[in-house]
Design a protein around this ligand. Structure first.
Ligand SMILES: Nc1ncnc2c1ncn2[C@@H]1O[C@H](COP(=O)(O)OP(=O)(O)OP(=O)(O)O)[C@@H](O)[C@H]1O
Ligand SMILES: [Mg+2]
Length: 652
C-alpha cells in the first residue's frame, strides 16, 4: 500500500513492485505472492465489493497496479496541495484563509511519513520532500500569523523552528520580524547576527538580500516593517469583504542601498562598448561578457553600467555566484535576481507560485524545465528593458548556466541584456560549453587589462590622498601591472609609509595571490616556487635541469601557471610572472633555509645549461652561500663583478 501511495496514483509495474518489495531478490513465485497481497489489500479497501466486479480503488492497469483515488482522499497527497494553496493565498494577501489551509495541512501530520517504510529506497525521496514541505508549512503559518498581527503568538513556534533549522534564512527573517514587531529589537538584531555568523562559518556566504535588507531596516526602524493594515474576516458574514490588503511580499521589498561607489578611473572605452551592447539588446535578448583577473575591476565597471542604464530608464538587477557551493541552493544567482525584481514588480500570483523555488527559501524542488519556463514568463512581463548582471559566472553551478541558456532562447524577442562577469583563468568546462552555445546571442566580449600609467597615478592620488610623483606612479604600474585592486592596496600603504611603499608588497594582495596559487595542483605550485627563485623571468631549460626535476612535471606545472594567468610566455622556452607581486609573494613565502638550498640547486642547473651566464651564476651563488660553499660563491661573484664592470653595469 505504501508503495502505491508513493507512486502518487501512477501505475507501479509488477516488475517494479517485485523489485522493491524483495529488494532485488525475489523468491521463485514472486508474482503469485504479489497477486495475493493485492487481493488481500482489495478486500480491506473495498470490503463490500461483490465477487468478480472490477476493483475501483486498487485497480489493475497494464503493466501493473495503481491507486485510483482523488488527491484529497490520501493525506500524503493532500498535504502538498494544501501547503501550495497556503502559499498562493499568502501571495494574494489572504492571510486568514492561508492560515486555515496551513493549519489543516499540519493537522494531517500524524507521524513520520511512510512510517516503517521511510528508509526504503523508493520512499526516501518522497519522505524528504514531505518533511521539507513541513518546514515550509511552519513558515507559512508564521507568515500568515504575522500578517494578521499575531506576532507575539508566532514567536515560540518560530524559535523552536529556527533552533531546528538555523540556516533557513526565511525562518530567521520571520523570527526577527516578529521580535521587532513585538518591541524586541535587541532580540531581532541578535537573531540576524547569529545567522550571519553561522552562514559565514558553515557555508562561507553572506546572508541573502532579504536578511541584509531587514537588518538595515530594523536599524533604521523603517516604517515598511510595521504590519500592513489587517483585513479581518467579517464576523457575521453580513458586511461585504473589504478590499484586500497589499500582499505581503515574497521577500521583503526593501534592500539596503549599497554604499556610494567610489569614482571609477578610466574604462570609458569599455563602458561605451557595453552601452552599445545594451542598445542592441533593445531588439531582444543579448549577452555581454566581461572578463578579467581578480581585482581587475569587473564589478566596478558592471556597477557603472547599472548606474548608466538605470538613468536611461532601464531596470537593473544583480545576482552573484557564491564563493562556496556547499549548502548553497542551486541557481542562487538567479534567486537573487528574481527576488530583487519581485520586490518591486511582484509576479502575478500564479507565476509567483511557480517561481517559489527561486523566490523563497523553501526550496521545494521543481523540474528545471518548468522552473525555467516560469522565469521566462515572468521576465517577459517586466515592462522596462532589463539589465541582469550575473557576477562571477566562472563559479556558476550547472543550474545557473542552464537557466541562462534556456532564457536566451525563450526571451529572444524581449529587451534583456545579461552581463556576465568572469575570471577567464578560472573558467570550468561548463562555462566554456555555455559560451559556445550562446555565441549567437553574444553582443560584446570585453576583457579588462591593467590601467594605464596616468590612470594608475590618478587612482593612487584618489585612494592615498597624497601627492604621487611620476616615478612612483611608474614603479607601481610596473609592479602591479595596473591591476586596480593591487594599485588600491598599494595606495593604502603609500598613505601611511610614503613613497617607499611603492616597493612594498601590500598584505591584501599577498593573500589574494596565495589563494590563486593554492588552487593549482601541488606539483605546479612547486614548479612556480622554483621559477620564483629564478626571478621574474625563467628559462624552461634551467627549470628542467634542476637536480631532481622531472621534465613532464615541470612543463605541466608551467602550463598550469600560464592557464591560471599567474605566468606569461613571452617567447617559447621562457616564462615570466604576470606581476612582480606574484613572484615576490611566492619567493617570500619560501622559508629562508629552504630558499638558500633552492638557490644552490638553481646554481647547479645553471652551471650545467648556462655556464656563460655569469650574472645569474653570481647572484645564485651568493644567495645560496653557506660557510661550506662560500669559497666557490666568492669565485662566481668575483667573475660576475668583473663582467658587470666591463659592461659599466657595476650596480648589478
Ligand atoms: N576603474 C576603476 N577605478 C577606480 N577603482 C577601481 C577601478 N576598477 C577597480 N577599482 C577598485 O579595485 C578594487 C577591485 O575592483 P573590483 O571589485 O571591481 O574587481 P573585480 O574584477 O570585480 O574582482 P573580483 O574578480 O575579485 O570580483 C575595488 O576596490 C575597486 O574599487
Ligand atoms: Mg567582482
Amino acid at each position: 500500500m505504501a508503495r502505491l501511495v508513493c507512486a502518487q496514483g501512477h501505475v507501479v509495474s509488477t516488475d517494479r513492485f517485485i523489485d522493491d518489495l524483495w529488494n532485488g531478490q525475489p523468491p521463485p513465485r514472486a508474482l503469485a505472492a504479489l497477486q495475493v497481497y493485492v487481493s488481500n489489500l482489495r478486500r480491506v479497501l473495498e470490503p463490500g465489493r461483490a465477487p468478480r466486479t472490477p476493483a475501483r480503488v486498487l485497480v489493475s492497469v497494464p503493466p501493473g497496479y495503481r491507486l485510483a483515488l482523488d488527491a484529497d482522499e490520501v493525506d500524503a497527497w493532500r498535504f502538498p496541495r494544501l501547503v501550495d494553496a497556503a502559499a498562493a493565498l499568502l501571495v494574494q494577501g489572504r492571510p486568514a484563509e492561508a492560515l486555515d489551509a496551513v493549519d489543516e495541512a499540519l493537522s494531517l501530520w500524524t507521524g513520520r511519513p511512510y512510517a516503517e517504510f521511510a528508509d526504503e529506497e523508493w520512499a526516501v525521496p518522497e519522505v524528504v520532500h514531505l518533511e521539507e514541505l513541513r518546514t515550509v508549512a511552519v513558515e507559512h503559518r508564521a507568515e500568515a500569523g504575522l500578517a494578521l498581527g499575531r506576532h507575539a503568538e508566532v514567536i515560540p513556534e518560530l524559535e523552536r523552528h529556527v533552533t531546528a533549522h538555523p540556516l533557513r534564512e526565511n525562518a530567521v527573517r520571520l523570527l526577527a520580524l516578529s521580535y521587532y514587531r513585538a518591541g524586541r529589537q535587541g532580540d531581532a538584531l541578535a537573531a540576524l547576527r547569529r545567522t550571519r555568523a553561522l552562514l559565514a562559518d558553515q557555508l562561507g556566504v553572506d546572508p541573502g538580500p532579504a536578511l541584509r535588507g531587514l537588518e538595515a531596516d530594523i536599524l533604521a526602524q523603517a516604517p515598511s516593517l510595521d504590519p500592513a493594515p489587517v483585513v479581518r474576516p467579517p464576523s457575521l458574514g453580513l458586511t461585504p469583504a473589504a478590499p484586500v490588503a497589499p500582499p505581503p511580499a515574497v521577500a521583503p521589498p526593501v534592500r539596503a542601498r549599497p554604499p556610494a561607489p567610489s569614482r571609477m578611473v578610466g574604462r570609458t572605452g569599455e563602458l561605451g562598448r557595453l552601452v552599445a551592447a545594451a542598445a542592441q539588446a533593445g531588439d531582444g535578448f543579448r549577452i555581454a561578457w566581461l572578463g578579467g583577473d581578480a581585482g581587475a575591476g569587473k564589478s566596478t565597471l558592471a556597477d557603472a553600467l547599472v548606474r548608466h542604464l538605470t538613468e536611461q530608464g532601464w531596470r537593473a538587477v544583480v545576482g552573484r555566484c557564491p564563493e562556496t557551493t556547499g549548502g548553497v541552493p542551486p541557481a542562487w544567482a538567479w534567486s537573487e535576481v528574481l527576488r530583487d525584481l519581485a520586490a518591486t514588480t511582484p509576479p502575478p500570483p500564479e507565476t509567483a507560485a511557480r517561481l517559489a523555488p527561486l523566490l523563497t527559501d523553501d526550496a521545494v524542488p521543481v523540474g528545471q524545465f518548468w522552473l525555467a519556463r516560469a522565469v521566462g514568463d515572468y521576465l517577459e512581463g517586466v515592462s522596462a528593458p532589463l539589465l541582469i548582471v550575473l557576477e562571477d559566472v566562472h563559479r556558476a553551478d550547472e543550474e545557473t548556466l542552464q537557466l541562462l541558456r534556456h532564457l536566451a532562447v525563450r526571451l529572444a524577442g524581449t529587451p534583456v541584456l545579461v552581463l556576465l562577469t568572469h575570471r577567464p583563468a578560472e573558467a570550468g568546462a561548463d562555462l566554456v560549453t555555455t559560451r559556445a552555445a550562446l555565441a549567437v546571442q553574444a553582443a560584446e566580449d570585453v576583457t579588462l587589462g591593467g590601467l594605464a600609467e596616468d590612470e594608475v597615478a590618478r587612482l593612487l592620488v584618489e585612494r592615498s590622498g597624497v601627492e604621487v610623483g611620476p616615478a612612483t606612479a611608474r614603479t607601481i604600474t610596473e609592479r602591479t601591472g595596473g591591476n586596480p585592486l593591487f594599485v588600491s592596496e598599494t595606495a593604502r600603504l603609500l598613505a601611511v609609509d610614503g613613497p617607499s611603499a611603492a616597493h612594498a608588497l601590500p598584505p591584501g594582495v599577498r593573500d589574494l595571490i596565495r589563494r590563486r596559487v593554492a588552487r593549482l595542483p601541488g606539483t605546479a605550485q612547486t614548479t612556480l616556487r622554483t621559477a620564483a627563485v629564478l626571478g621574474r623571468e625563467a628559462d624552461t631549460d634551467v627549470l628542467v635541469a634542476m637536480p631532481g626535476a622531472d621534465e613532464e612535471t615541470v612543463l605541466d606545472g608551467l602550463e598550469a601557471g600560464v592557464l591560471s594567468g599567474l605566468l606569461e610566455e613571452p617567447r617559447p622556452g621562457r616564462v615570466r610572472f604576470a606581476h612582480v607581486l606574484v613572484r615576490e609573494t611566492l619567493y617570500e613565502d619560501i622559508p629562508r633555509l629552504r630558499r638558500t638550498r633552492m638557490h644552490g640547486k638553481v646554481l647547479a642547473a645553471l652551471e650545467a645549461v648556462r655556464p656563460g651566464d655569469v650574472g645569474a651564476l653570481g647572484h645564485h651563488a651568493l644567495a645560496s652561500a653557506t660557510a661550506a660553499t662560500a669559497l666557490s660563491a666568492a669565485a662566481h661573484a668575483t667573475r660576475a663583478a668583473a663582467q658587470a664592470s666591463a659592461l659599466y653595469a657595476h650596480r648589478e
